[in-house]
Design a protein around this ligand. Structure first.
Ligand SMILES: [Zn+2]
Length: 219
């Protein structure tokens, strides 16, 4: 089994078990990775043997502590690579996720350490996602999806990195991580929220998109 396949499974489980239940299912993994449930089951047996997941057929499955550490290593590589591609290579934040999906499996620890050093040991990637530290520990934030926030003032903390079209569109609107916005949800029934920046233009965000933008409420 190529290690990149194992790494993608670990990363997917880490992502899916962060759903509040603390566990996921074969069905969810199969949808996330677009493989058959049978393929997932075979992989889960393999990962269980290696002590990476806790898995009993027809029960929830989750990463064991070693699995979490391994998954966090991949997440660290992914986010440091994205940061490098933006900060050093000058790519746009909408262009780096797909590249990082490939490079995260092939880059050596030595090169990654150099990249980290060169970037000054960054804590967040260009999309605002926290970068796990060397031991695989991830800083938590209190951000909520914008779609769940009511009207008020918010700071944009992070944006989902997976949809390059969305990221390109947010570029056009001039939305940036760390910026503060006034949010009006008076048109929520019509499926949109309205955002405005002090001195800036107003723009509308569909509720689906607002589920992929994470914010912290300002006092
Ligand atoms: Zn990414």
């Amino acid at each position: 089994m190529p290690s990149s396949t194992v790494e993608n499974y670990l990363k997917a489980i880490l992502h899916l078990q962060g759903n509040g239940r603390g566990s996921t299912t074969v069905g969810e993994i199969s949808r996330e990775l677009e493989v058959t449930p049978g393929t997932v089951t075979i992989m889960m047996r393999h990962l269980k043997e290696r002590g990476l997941v806790a898995y009993e057929p027809r029960r929830g499955l989750s990463l064991r502590p070693r699995g979490v550490t391994e998954a966090m290593k991949v997440v660290r590589r992914h986010r440091l690579i994205e940061t490098f591609l933006v900060e050093v290579m000058g790519l746009d934040w909408s262009e780096v996720h797909e590249e990082a999906e490939i490079l995260e499996h092939v880059i050596s620890d030595r090169l990654l350490d150099r990249i980290n050093e060169m970037l000054g040991d960054p804590t967040h990637d260009p999309h605002g996602d926290p970068i796990p530290d060397r031991r695989g520990v991830l800083a938590k934030d209190r951000a909520v999806p914008l779609v769940d926030a009511g009207g008020g003032r918010y700071r944009v903390v992070r944006v989902s990195d997976e949809d390059s079209v969305l990221l390109g569109w947010l570029n056009e609107k001039g939305l940036k991580i760390g910026e503060e916005y006034e949010v009006s949800d008076s048109d929520r029934a019509a499926g949109v929220l309205e955002l405005s920046r002090r001195g800036g233009k107003r723009f509308q965000l569909g509720l689906e998109v607002a589920g992929r933008v994470f914010v912290e409420a300002l006092p």
